[in-house]
Design a protein around this ligand. Structure first.
Ligand SMILES: Cc1ncc(COP(=O)(O)O)c(C=O)c1O
Length: 454
C-alpha cells in the first residue's frame, strides 16, 4: 500500500496560513514539521480528513480524548445540559462533579475548576506561595507545566544553584518573556536524581514554596519515578514546609480514576488535572488538594478569578466521563490497556523487522516509543539524533493513517478495539520500511554536518 495524499488538506492549510499563523492553533520551537491534516469526522478511535483518508487516532488531542470521538453517552449528556442551563455561576451539578472527583482522587479534599491546565498550575503556585509565605518553586527537566512565562522551558548547568535561563535553543524557548521571570521564580533540576535534589533543598529549601512535577514524566518520554524517589520528595516537602504539587494534567484519570497518585501511593498536597477529566473534548480543569491549603480561597486571602470557572457544560462533561469510566469496575481501562499493549508489541516487532531499534515505555495509555534499544531514564537522553529518528517514524506513520502525538507519545482511548489493532498492523510495516530509509539518510547528514536537518 502507498502513503496517503492530503492535497485538499494542504490547499486548505495554505489558505489558512494567510490568517492563522503557521496554519496551526499552537506552536513550539520544534524542528518537527507540522502535519497539516484537516479533519471532518471522528468516531471512536478513528478520524477522517477532508481528503477522505481514514486514521487511527493515537494522538487523542494531546491525550485529552480518553472517551474517543463522538462517544454516544458523553454527547447525550452534553446535549441535555445545553438544553438545561449554560451561562450561570452555580448550577445543580456542582456538588456531583466535586464528589465524583474526590471519590477517586485520594488527595482531593477540596476542588476548584478552571478551563486549562496552564491556568490552574499558576493558581496552584499562587496558593502555595500564600500558604508557605515563600516565593520560589522547584521543577524538573523534561516536565511540562503549560504555556506561562515562569514554567516554559529554560535550562541550567550549575546544579548547586540551578537557576534556569532561556538560551533560545530549547523547543519551549520563546522571545517576549517577562524579564527574569524564569530566573527569579524557579529552580530547575534533573528528574530522578536524589543527590541533586537534596543539595538544592539543603541550600535553598527556605526559599522554596512548592515542588511541582509530573508524577510520571510523560512529556519527557513517559518516564516513571525511580524506586523511592517520589517518597523522598514527599518527605523533603514535609520537613521543609514545601507544598508538593502533582501536575496530573496528562495522567489524571487517563491511567486510572485515581490518577498517578492512585497507583504510586504517594499523595501530593495539591493536584492539577485537565484534559481527560472531561474525556470527550470539552475544556475543563481542576485544582484539588488539602483542605488546609484550599481554604485560603474561602477566607479571601487568595484570589481565583475566571468567567467560566465551573461552567455547567464542563461539569456535565466531568460527571459523564467519570460515570463512563467507572462502569463495571473500570472495565474500559482494562480493555484499552489490553489493545494498547498489542499495538506496542507490534510496533517493536515491526520496527525490528525493518532494522530499527525500538522500545515502548510508560503507562499503556500514555506510553512513548523511542527508536533505541534501552529505556530512556531522563529527558536529556533524547538527543537530536534520537529526536530525529522518533520524529521521522511519527511522520511516516501519519502518511499511512496512524496519528501519534509530538515527542512520540501514544495516547489511547476506550474506543480502541480489535479492528484498530488490525488497521495498525496492516500499516506499520510500510511506514517503518519508509522510515528506515529516511532515518539512514537523515542520520548520515546529521552526523556529517553535526546539526539537525529535519
Ligand atoms: C503535564 C502538563 N501540564 C500542563 C499542561 C498544560 O495544560 P493546558 O494545555 O490545558 O493549558 C499540559 C499540556 O499538554 C501538560 O501536558
Amino acid at each position: 500500500m502507498g502513503g496517503y495524499f492530503i492535497n485538499k488538506s494542504k490547499a486548505y492549510n495554505d489558505n489558512l496560513r494567510e490568517i492563522l499563523p503557521c496554519g496551526y492553533h499552537y506552536n513550539f520551537r520544534m524542528s518537527e514539521r507540522k502535519i497539516p491534516v484537516h479533519f471532518t469526522k471522528g468516531q471512536g478511535s478513528r478520524l477522517w480528513d477532508i481528503d477522505g483518508n481514514e486514521y487511527l487516532d493515537l494522538y487523542c488531542k494531546s491525550g485529552a480524548m480518553i472517551l474517543g470521538h463522538c462517544n454516544e453517552a458523553f454527547n447525550r449528556a452534553l446535549k441535555e445540559q445545553i438544553d438545561k442551563v449554560l451561562g450561570v455561576d452555580l448550577c445543580d451539578i456542582d456538588n456531583e462533579a466535586c464528589k465524583l472527583l474526590s471519590k477517586y482522587i485520594p488527595s482531593a479534599e477540596m476542588i476548584r475548576f478552571g478551563l486549562s491546565g496552564t491556568e490552574m498550575i499558576q493558581n496552584a503556585l499562587r496558593i502555595a506561595r500564600a500558604y508557605t509565605n515563600k516565593n520560589r518553586f522547584l521543577r524538573f527537566e523534561g516536565h511540562f507545566h503549560g504555556n506561562a512565562d515562569n514554567v516554559l522551558g529554560g535550562s541550567t548547568e550549575n546544579y548547586d544553584n540551578p537557576i534556569p535561563i532561556d538560551k533560545g535553543d530549547g523547543f519551549s524557548s520563546t522571545e517576549g518573556r517577562a524579564v527574569r521571570v524564569l530566573e527569579d521564580q524557579s529552580y530547575l533540576i534533573p528528574w530522578n536524581n536524589i543527590v541533586i535534589l537534596d543539595k538544592v533543598i539543603e541550600h535553598h529549601g527556605d526559599e522554596i514554596a512548592a515542588i511541582i512535577l509530573e508524577p510520571i514524566c510523560i512529556n519527557g518520554g513517559s518516564i516513571y519515578p525511580a524506586k523511592g524517589y517520589l517518597e523522598h520528595v514527599r518527605e523533603i516537602c514535609d520537613e521543609n514546609d514545601i507544598v508538593l504539587i502533582f501536575d496530573e494534567v496528562i495522567t489524571g484519570i487517563r491511567i486510572g480514576l485515581g490518577g498517578a497518585q492512585g497507583i504510586l501511593n504517594v499523595l501530593p498536597d495539591l493536584t492539577i488535572m485537565g484534559k481527560c477529566i472531561s474525556g470527550g473534548g470539552i475544556p475543563i480543569s481542576a485544582l484539588m488538594g488539602r483542605r488546609k491549603i484550599m481554604e485560603l480561597y474561602d477566607n479571601g486571602r487568595v484570589i481565583h478569578a475566571g468567567t467560566f470557572n465551573g461552567y455547567p457544560l464542563g461539569l456535565a462533561a466531568i460527571c459523564e466521563t467519570i460515570k463512563i469510566l467507572e462502569k463495571d469496575g473500570g472495565q474500559s481501562y482494562k480493555q484499552m490497556n489490553h489493545y494498547a499493549e498489542q499495538l506496542h508489541l507490534s510496533l517493536i516487532k515491526e520496527a525490528n523487522n525493518a532494522g530499527l531499534d525500538m522500545i515502548v515505555q510508560g503507562p499503556r495509555s500514555c506510553a512513548s516509543y523511542h527508536c533505541r534499544d534501552s529505556a530512556v531514564n531522563s529527558s536529556s537522553e533524547i538527543d537530536s539524533i534520537l529526536h530525529a529518528k522518533n520524529t521521522i517514524i511519527r511522520q511516516q506513520l501519519a502518511q499511512y493513517g496512524i496519528i501519534i502525538a509530538p515527542l512520540s507519545r501514544m495516547y489511547t482511548n476506550i474506543g480502541l478495539n480489535e479492528k484498530d489493532v488490525e488497521f495498525f498492523n496492516e500499516r506499520i510495516p510500510h511506514a517503518l520500511r519508509d522510515a528506515k530509509i529516511l532515518i539512514d539518510r537523515v542520520i548520515n547528514k546529521i552526523r556529517n554536518q553535526n546539526k539537525s536537518l529535519i
